[in-house]
Design a protein around this ligand. Sequence first.
Ligand SMILES: C[S@@+](CC[C@H](N)C(=O)[O-])C[C@H]1O[C@@H](n2cnc3c(N)ncnc32)[C@H](O)[C@@H]1O
Ligand SMILES: Nc1nc2[nH]cc(C(=O)O)c2c(=O)[nH]1
Ligand code: SF4
Ligand SMILES: [Mg+2]
Length: 262
Amino acid sequence: MIKGASNDNASGMKRFSNELPNARTIRVSEIFGPTIQGEGALTGVPTVFVRMGGCDYRCTWCDTLYAVDSSFRDKWKPMSASAIMDEVADLSGGKPLLVSLSGGNPAIQPLGCLIDMGHEQGFKFALETQGSVAKDWFSKLDNLTLSPKPPSSEMETNWEILSECVAAAGPDTETIMKIVIFDDEDYAYAKKVHQRHPQLKMFLQPGNHTPGTVEEEEPVIDIKGVMDRMRWLIDKVVDDGWFEVTVLPQLHVLIWGNERGV
Ligand SMILES: C[S@@+](CC[C@H](N)C(=O)[O-])C[C@H]1O[C@@H](n2cnc3c(N)ncnc32)[C@H](O)[C@@H]1O
Ligand SMILES: Nc1nc2[nH]cc(C(=O)O)c2c(=O)[nH]1
Ligand code: SF4
Ligand SMILES: [Mg+2]
């Protein structure tokens, strides 16, 4: 077991009335798809999302608060790996495809068995995490996206644990860095991440300053503002001569705005 600050059961999290205490139970916020992966290295690839409930961070601009804030935990369903794979296979019509594990922070859930089970059925697995908790089962993943959080999130990066995440994934998992950028300070942070992990491919993603609130039924989105930030970010990368980086918008946000389940 690799060192990391897992908050599983550590923060007085209440158990569901129908949840049996089982170290293999996975807290699921939502399962949806097939859709396309909208972010990072696998942008455009058809995928089913399994979004886990619970996060050890509270980013100021988080676009999935319903999978983070414990006030929503009665909506998170405790599921076994086989129940999750049944639902994924139902959605994909039984055809293997890429399964994207996100959250919340999926790294605080016991996902090793799920990945083994899905692999046996021909599915591939990608996971998105902020890099605050390292797990030995990261080495089972096909793709790991580490998305450490820049200053605008108001979260602190634990650089040691971030390195442990990279080490845990090992040589057989394709690991990339994806940093959300809102301003100059975030850009400087991304350069620091690159300096610490020069061997990893790096993606920069313009921040969505209108991620919507959970109360809004049809959350308004300022696409023009997001695209202005995308243009600013491209200019910055080009002027800076940072040619190893890839700049990509959140494709699903451009297509569907802040809609959930897409
Ligand atoms: C919702 S998070 C869940 C996974 C994990 N907790 C993480 O942050 O990497 C998935 C991705 O969405 C990004 N994200 C969240 N809110 C965003 C926003 N307002 N604008 C742009 N990207 C955002 C995160 O940085 C992360 O890369
Ligand atoms: N289509 C689509 N692509 C995504 N990439 C990362 C997502 C996430 O919320 O983790 C996401 C999402 O929610 N939908
Ligand atoms: S780490 Fe990810 S899920 Fe958690 S609050 Fe930040 S963006 Fe949201
Ligand atoms: Mg999202």
